[in-house]
Design a protein around this ligand. Structure first.
Ligand code: SAH
Length: 394
């Protein structure tokens, strides 16, 4: 194929030789031709040696690398990448498992498909493009998904209105690219969740907390549990199944609380251990002194960019300090950050200063991260975004 060519400045290929999949605009010497955002480009060193092929972008990241081999990006390429992603999930026991139908099939750079996310709920794949290149490829990707997954796939829903770069100004509407069956029950480890994948947050459900929810189940027996930032209620149902004495789910969004209540009916109809409240986290925690001995804090990303990191860290510190203040002696705190720009070390330091502020004796029992269907490309450490700590508070 004859792709547009990008020539790097001398020595700017070093990170690419270590397979880092992003090329920053400052590394570029010349661009041959006039690639449009989303076009495929080939990248060469200053000495004109081929180094990568990828999607062109306008912005600080200029190219997201699809391959370090001089390959053509055609249907076979997409099929190959999706086949590898599917095989990994099969080997993890997530596909066609008993009592389980929900997993992430494609996790961007972690599956060598930068800019693409695909979550599977039963027979529906929800596809999300974070780059114009992947937006252009959506038709080919749908065909490739059908080739790889066969008739286990009945609907492909495209949900990129809010994730595509705003400045690209693309006309994009969420909707079905294939089929139109509306299935809305995700089953995770035997628990059922009503998933609003058309209007809900992310692809409709936070698939990434699966393993951490399972761990919480093993801590829940006999405890009074507060699930703060509950969204669809994920952690709450594992706590109930684990034998919690009471479970309170809190989210500032009334819609999220409705979803949580709907999910209670699906799983624990008539179980009066559960109550849900539409309230702000900080206000709720203010009056929670001594009421809980297991607290989950899973807030939205407080920092989406480096520029707001300072404020975000203050937010995490304040939130965790409030939980340390209120939790009963002997309590267990599950605390998370899903901000990609907050590193594991920084998050731990922030929780440390919140603990010090409360003066409580705190020990780390577990250090948590994202599950195996959200793999981290070792050459792209930026892909590690979810971090959590399980703490014992004396
Ligand atoms: N724990 C959830 C995912 C949480 S997503 C799960 O396992 O699926 C973050 C949630 O925080 C969203 O539902 C959002 O509505 C809620 N939220 C955001 N700001 C809040 C605030 N100040 N107080 C309470 N909830 C808030």
């Amino acid at each position: 194929m004859n792709y547009h060519k990008i020539i790097l400045k001398p020595k700017k290929e070093e990170s690419l030789l270590r397979f880092h999949p992003w090329i920053f605009s400052g590394a570029i010497q010349t661009i041959e031709g006039e690639p449009q955002e989303g076009d495929i480009v080939e990248v060469f060193t200053a000495n004109r040696l081929f180094i990568a092929v990828g999607h062109y972008q306008i912005g600080s990241i200029a190219v997201r690398v699809l391959s370090f081999q001089p390959v053509t990006i055609d249907n076979d390429f997409w099929i190959g990448r999706l086949r590898a992603a599917y095989a990994l999930r099969q080997s993890l026991g997530l596909v066609a498992a008993e009592n389980h139908n929900t997993y992430r099939l494609v996790h961007g750079e972690g599956d060598n498909l930068p800019g693409l996310v695909v979550d599977v709920y039963a027979h529906t794949a929800v596809m999300q493009a974070h780059s114009v290149g992947m937006h252009h490829a959506r038709g080919a990707l749908t065909d490739a998904l059908l080739t790889v997954m066969g008739d286990t796939l009945r609907t492909v829903y495209y949900k990129s209105e809010t994730t595509l770069p705003f400045k690209a100004g693309l006309p994009c509407e969420d909707g079905c690219l294939y089929g139109n069956e509306v299935e809305d029950i995700a089953i995770e480890n035997g628990l059922q969740f009503y998933v609003d994948w058309q209007k809900g947050q992310k692809t409709g459900f936070f698939v990434d907390q699966r393993d951490n929810r399972s761990l919480l189940e093993s801590y829940a027996r006999g405890r009074d549990v507060l699930n703060m930032f509950c969204y669809t209620g994920g952690f709450s149902f594992y706590a109930m199944r684990g034998g919690a004495r009471s479970v309170h789910s809190v989210d500032s969004s009334a819609k999220a609380i409705l979803l949580t209540k709907k999910n209670i009916e699906l799983n624990f109809l008539g179980d009066d251990r559960h109550e849900a409240f539409a309230e702000d986290a900080f206000k709720y925690l203010d009056k929670a002194a001594g009421r809980y001995d297991l607290i989950v804090l899973d807030p939205p990303a407080f920092a989406k960019h480096k520029d707001v990191l300072r404020n975000a860290l203050q937010g995490y510190r304040k939130l965790n300090a409030a939980a340390f203040d209120k939790i009963r002696p002997g309590g267990i705190l599950f605390t998370f950050s899903c901000s990609q720009v907050v590193s594991k070390e920084t998050f731990r330091l922030t929780v440390f200063s919140a603990a010090a502020q409360s003066g409580r004796h705190v020990r780390i029992l577990h250090q948590l991260t994202q599950p195996a269907d959200h793999p981290i490309n070792i050459y792209h450490p930026e892909g590690e975004y979810l971090k959590g700590l399980v703490l014992h508070v004396e």
